[in-house]
Design a protein. Structure first.
Length: 148
């Protein structure tokens, strides 16, 4: 009887300890700030898209939020001196502020056209000038979405 209790207790202890083991490792969290502006610009160039005269410009107008961590403007050869901008965010809340800002611009007839080519991928917002042809803007969007 004592041996049976001892054996039952031993089996129970083994089961409990086995359940406390490491099991499946926890997945590694992917940081929100995945890409830099330079990585995005390099990727666009590698995709064969025009990125001329890129320059860092941390100033924005039109009451735009300033919560981005980096911003580059660039020209696109077909519509130069117009082009686009790449904004990079370290915080999803700051990106959400920019997305809300873009939606406010889209809601106004006087500014709607300026933001028709605005794309978000992970921590990056890419905005292209409205003078770009739709198929060319789509090529930039596709390239951005292939960034991994």
């Amino acid at each position: 009887m004592v041996a049976q209790r001892y054996l039952a207790g031993l089996v129970l202890a083994i089961c409990v300890l086995a359940g406390c083991g490491p099991g499946q490792p926890a997945p590694t969290a992917v940081p929100f700030a995945r890409y830099s502006a330079q990585q995005v610009l390099d990727h666009l160039v590698q995709a064969g898209l025009s990125v001329e005269k890129p320059q860092r410009d941390m100033l924005v107008g039109r009451d735009a939020p300033a919560g981005f961590s980096d911003r580059y403007i660039f020209e696109i050869e077909a519509i130069a001196p117009n082009g686009g901008q790449v904004l990079v965010f370290n915080d999803p809340a700051r990106l959400a502020e920019w997305e809300a800002y873009i939606e406010r611009l889209r809601a106004r007839s006087t500014t709607r056209r300026d933001v028709i080519y605005t794309y978000v991928h992970h921590n990056v917002l890419l905005q292209l000038n409205a003078n770009l042809m739709p198929d060319v803007a789509q090529a930039y969007r596709d390239a951005l979405e292939r960034l991994e």
